[in-house]
Write a protein that binds this ligand. Structure first.
Ligand code: SD4
Length: 329
């Protein structure tokens, strides 16, 4: 897995304006309270690699571009990382040794596109966008998704990340199937939300899913309302962690509806995690889920079950900075 330190160094160089000191904020008091000085445009994304992804998204937002273009370009940075074991073709394979990809995208007009169980295509997020823009459907899966991609100019790509191959060989020794989140080796999905100069929201989410999953298993990341939801009247949310748990509560749709009912992004993410704990009780101690959200005022927030989740924010006021999310446990 590309180390978090590496990402941070890359981001520091790439953004040019970051110092190690301001890169990571331990103090979330500004998220618990209303935190926008009307942050527009703004991009927010999951985990450390969000820093690097935000840089490409910001180039588009800062040039008066569309949020949809920004989130697609942003998450592609993670998809294109040949060492990332959790997103794109470099990701950890399923239990049969094949890396399978899930992604979805949603714009300001409730248009959405999604691919799941897609193999050997480098940029699933762009295929998802093409499903949205070129078909009357929202979701294509497996061989059909691949056929659609190949027919639309995507190339088959056999890349295998040596790190993922090595990890798979290690895993094969015991072949222990535990779909729960491995807390030591977090399989980070990139989810990204943006609001552009025109106040339009969009989001994207892309992953190779849980490592060593059953063949054909699909998580929350390509499911609209689970891994990602955008309602341009209210706000947007995206998720990371054990997809089964996010799907069970229609997680990101829930977060957006909580914002509709008056909660801040922070409070809405927290309420969704609390719902999860209420439903899963003691089991919720054994897995990780994190949500991030933004609203139409440019406020943002995040919350997770277990400590360890963070997210990256880039706006005119916030020079691409990591925030550590509060956790339930
Ligand atoms: C999944 N939600 O496939 C993804 C995995 C993930 O951080 O987000 N890991 O369930």
């Amino acid at each position: 897995m590309t180390t978090r330190r590496k990402f941070i160094q890359a981001a520091t160089i790439g953004a040019g304006i970051l110092s190690t000191k301001n890169l990571f904020s331990e103090n979330l008091s500004n998220l618990r309270e209303p935190n926008s000085a009307f942050n527009k445009p703004i991009v927010i994304s999951t985990w450390d690699f969000g820093i690097e992804a935000n840089i490409d998204a910001w180039k588009i937002l800062n040039g008066n571009g569309r949020a949809l273009d920004a989130v697609e370009a942003g998450v592609k940075v993670a998809e294109n990382d040949l060492h990332s074991t959790s997103v794109g073709l470099a990701g950890l394979p399923d239990r049969e040794g094949n890396t399978t990809l899930d992604a979805c995208i949603m714009d300001e007009n409730y248009n959405c596109g999604s691919v799941a169980f897609l193999e050997k295509i480098k940029n699933p997020i762009s295929v998802a966008r093409m499903v949205m823009e070129k078909t009357p459907h929202i979701m294509l899966v497996g061989a059909g998704a691949k056929q659609f991609a190949l027919e639309n100019g995507f190339k088959e790509d056999d890349y295998k990340n040596p790190e993922s191959v090595k990890a798979y060989k290690e895993w094969l020794k015991e072949s222990k199937y535990d779909p729960m989140f491995d807390m030591k080796d977090q399989h980070d999905t990139i989810g990204m939300l943006a609001m552009d100069e025109k106040n339009n929201l969009s989001g994207a989410c892309t992953t190779s899913g849980l490592g060593f999953k059953m063949r054909g298993r699909v998580g929350d990341s390509p499911i609209i309302g689970a891994g990602l939801y955008v309602d341009n009247e209210i706000g947007a949310a995206t998720a990371t962690g054990v997809g089964e748990e996010v799907i069970r509560i229609a997680g990101t749709h829930l977060v957006v509806e909580m914002m509709r009912n008056g909660k801040s992004p922070y409070e809405a993410c927290k309420a969704a995690i609390e719902r999860m704990v209420k439903i899963r009780k003691e089991k919720s101690k054994d897995f990780q889920v994190g949500f991030i959200a933004i609203n139409k005022s440019g406020e943002f927030g995040g919350y997770c079950l277990q400590p360890g989740f963070n997210f990256a924010v880039y706006s005119n006021n916030i020079p691409n900075q990591l925030f550590k999310a509060d956790s339930y446990y």
